[in-house]
Ligand binder design. Structure first.
Ligand code: FES
Length: 178
């Protein structure tokens, strides 16, 4: 299996969101008072990422257009939070916490192990497009480390053996419905 860097989107052509996503976006916006629609921004970015798999510049521009705000206001938010993927990623993104408390219980070793197991470096995606490995700052489960987040699921008290199992479980689609 050969590792590769995620391929950046070649085009900056405008994007459209699906009807389902647009419906959810409109519902979200309408739940905020007039003049406060920008408050829906983070939740809209989550919807966009759910549909597209990542948040491209054209997607951010589209969100700015929908909210009637400047694109830079969307870029600032999307680039601040590591939970938004600004490059194409694999089907499953393993985000391993590497902040102090998790580091003390072996997160560095775990990151190294996952990289070797998947034959990728941090920030890379496997050539089959299944897994991306990322690191993250505190994921809010400091007493349960080492831990990783994949989509909205947390896996805690991880060992190398458990991570090996997890990789196979994700490959088999075990968590696809969760
Ligand atoms: S330090 Fe890892 S979850 Fe807080």
């Amino acid at each position: 299996m050969k590792a590769h860097q995620p391929v950046s989107q070649a085009s900056n052509e405008p994007v459209e969101f699906s009807e389902a996503t647009m419906t959810k976006i409109k519902e979200l916006i309408s739940s905020y008072p007039e003049g406060k629609h920008k408050s829906a921004l983070i939740r809209i970015l989550h919807l966009v990422q759910s549909e597209k798999g990542w948040v491209s510049v054209p997607s951010m521009d589209k969100v700015a257009e929908i909210l009637n705000i400047q694109p830079i206001e969307v870029y600032e938010v999307a680039t601040f939070y590591t939970m938004f993927h600004l490059e194409p990623v694999g089907k499953y993104v393993f985000e391993v916490c590497r902040t102090g408390p998790c580091m003390l219980v072996g997160s560095d070793d775990l990151i190294d192990h996952i990289g070797k197991k998947l034959n990728i470096q941090v920030g890379e995606t496997t050539s089959d497009g299944m897994f991306t490995l990322k690191t993250a700052e505190c994921l809010g489960g400091c007493g349960y480390g080492p831990l990783l987040q994949c989509k909205y699921k947390f896996h805690e008290h991880l060992s190398k053996e458990r991570v090996d199992e997890l990789i196979e479980e994700y490959r088999s689609g075990k968590y696809d419905q969760n």
